[in-house]
Design a protein around this ligand. Structure first.
Ligand code: MN9
Length: 291
């Protein structure tokens, strides 16, 4: 398999007025991102509200994205679930549609490290595609870092790391030790920092509303033009700051709707974006999205 790299939007899951998956809006979003030059997609991750979807919905979302992309770009599907059996079921469904699967570690119960490792190895044993570890300690309480990464990346079935963490020291150590794996930067606001410490690209929610900026930053960083890239990162960060104030997923979906892609509300327990917040997005964010 060719090494994955570049700009991978983490797709949100649009919902219609009844709260059902909105296939048309999802197709439109995927197509628009492709026109803007993204390199692939991350499906049903945190941004896709995967943990709030049923397994059937998660399969449906991947099917829509796979049909829309038609093999033109690589897909990574997040298949993380509370139980190993559910994750295996989603991994098997994804297997022939994706370049790799990916999973957060098992959450809620305080599993031992051996149990967490066992979860990933059960998934790796169940499918032929590579596995991308999803490191997001702020949400899972579990860190993949220099102390434990060798437990995975000495096995060739583990092909990548999605690193949503400020710990760039661990990212660099992973880069130095495991040259062949793909490292994706996870925090959009730290995109060029991640690239400068050895990431091959990034996976991010806010790429969906400003794909040009992330594609441009990736190109500039490849050419070593850090000062130019920093100017664009700064523009992107002004947007991200506003979204984070509201809540990243509801705010992202509200922005998409304002931009003509009817993403609907985030699913409960997420709250709705208020009228005042929408007005703030129109005033403070939409003008910054232009490229
Ligand atoms: O996929 C995203 N993480 C989450 C990665 O949504 C939890 C990021 O793109 C963040 O949304 C973004 C804003 O903090 O960096």
């Amino acid at each position: 398999m060719k090494k994955l790299s570049g700009v991978f939007p983490a797709l949100p899951t649009p919902f219609d007025a009844e709260g059902k998956v909105n296939a048309k809006a999802l197709e439109a979003l995927v197509k628009r991102n492709m026109l803007k030059g993204v390199d692939g997609f991350y499906v049903c991750g945190s941004t896709g509200e995967s943990l709030l979807l049923s397994k059937e919905e998660r399969k449906y979302v991947l099917d829509i994205v796979a049909d829309t992309v038609g093999g033109a770009k690589p897909l990574i599907c997040h298949i993380g679930c509370l139980s190993t059996a559910d994750a295996v079921e989603l991994a098997r469904h994804a297997e022939n549609k994706v370049a790799a699967v990916s999973s957060i570690p098992p959450i809620y119960f305080k599993y031992s490290y051996d149990e967490i490792k066992g979860y990933y190895y059960d998934l790796a044993d169940s499918v032929g595609t590579g596995m991308i570890l999803y490191n997001i300690p702020v949400l899972t309480g579990i860190s993949f870092n220099d102390d434990n990464l060798a437990d995975f990346f000495t096995d060739k079935r583990f092909v990548g790391l999605k690193h949503t963490s400020n710990d760039f020291f661990s990212m660099e150590r992973a880069r130095a030790r495991f040259e062949e794996i793909t490292i994706f930067n996870g925090y959009d606001e730290l995109f060029i920092a991640g690239l400068s410490m050895g990431a091959d690209g990034g996976i991010g929610s806010t790429y969906n509303i400003m794909p040009e900026k992330f594609v441009a930053m990736a190109g500039l960083m490849r050419k070593g033009e850090i000062q130019q890239a920093r100017i664009i990162q700064s523009e992107a960060n002004a947007v991200i700051k506003e979204l984070v104030k509201i809540g990243i997923i509801p705010a992202l979906k509200a922005c998409l709707t304002l931009m003509g892609i009817d993403a609907g509300d985030a699913r409960k327990p997420f709250g709705k974006v208020s009228q005042e917040q929408k007005e703030a997005l129109v005033k403070n964010v939409l003008p910054l999205l232009e490229y």
